[in-house]
Design a binder for this molecule. Sequence first.
Ligand code: PHE
Length: 449
Amino acid sequence: HDRKATKVDGNSYAVDKWTNTPPHILSHINRHIYLQPNHPLDLTRRLIESQFPGPVYGNYSEPFPIVTTEQNFDVLGFPSDHPGRSRSDTYYLNEKTVLRTHTSAHQADYFRRMSSNENQEEGYTVVADVYRRDAIDRSHYPVFHQMEGARLWKRHEGMSAAESAAQILKDFEKLPAHGVEVEDPNPVTHPERNPLQSQFHSQEEVEAVAAHLKRSLENVVVKIFIEASKATSNAMKAGEEQLQEPLKIRWVEAYFPFTSPSWELEVFWQGDWLEVLGCGVIKQELLNNSGVPDRVGWAFGLGLERIAMLLFNIPDIRLFWSADPRFINQFREGKIVRFQPFSKYPGCYKDVAFWLQSATASGTGASAAGGAMPFHDNDMMEIVRDCAGDMAEDVKLVDEFVHPKTGRKSLCYRINYRSLKHTVTNEEANEVHEKVRKSLVELIGVELR
Ligand code: PHE
């Protein structure tokens, strides 16, 4: 093997056995659609940023997505066996370098920046493109956008825990109230898995941080969903006014390696509880290691597409990448409108069924010596993305069984080929589908049925 390297923006990344980032994924770097004027992601970003104004908060973006595994995982305290680190979930450029899987990859750098005297800000938001190997369907795309935010308070020299808590509560009291019912404002948190960090924080300090965190984020979500329901009722014709359910939100316990305790905020939207963000009290070790041992605070992270899809009623996540004027011209700064779908082009679906290599078979195809390569759903997704690009609307496992005698496993996937740009003909779908079948044999070593 010759020493190969991936080049991105003049940087060179040596290829090794961890490398799994295909060129079509890299081609999304530098698109920066969340900064494109009037783009729905740009409008969503601005709407949320308006809830975190200066001079307390600075609003930033991080346009370059390549980070070290150290930034993405290690400094945040991800255990070495955390599933997020696996090659089936994360795009690696090489063993030490990944496409960031979340904006939290920049937390430590932002904290460090806040320790300097020039920076008077006590909090920030940061928006960025993030990358994850995941399912293919109308709400998942391997490249999406997150906004992260944090707020820190300095415990000044000689300040007692009670004084520190009082200073945070004073800021909490300045936050506007929202008047929306919160179903479970204080869920019980698991004392061992999600402790209060009592070696670092007093109970009243944690409670003050949590109160400020919850109110700030409730305000964000209330703002978004009030805008969304205004847009919905504007869209409804006069006389057709239908009873809109009052907005309901609730807090549920969550786990993140870099916050404790942690929560998710859920919103009751069109009949379902929807998770909209994750957050928590920042782990003190992380602050200590980032040059701000004298501060306590909170952090949150949310996905912009998820919110933009319900804010504007956008039915397919691929549309965000579209340059079609029928899409892009519907959105304008300063108003939230319901997206008017233009007619969908017909698509067609194709099934592919195959036998996986049995665990005892050896030495065939791409299998590692001595056994079968573990097959992950995301390996299927990556092959389809590679062969079909944005023509794949969704991919579903429709059948799975184990042969009673041989113990071999059979899978059947249904791929829905539908383009946002043109009608997919049967010949075109066949051609792409044939590529998928070939790749499954060549890369995974399956036996087609
Ligand atoms: N980075 C987390 C995620 O992607 C979200 C998060 C950010 C949670 C900050 C807590 C604090 O799921």
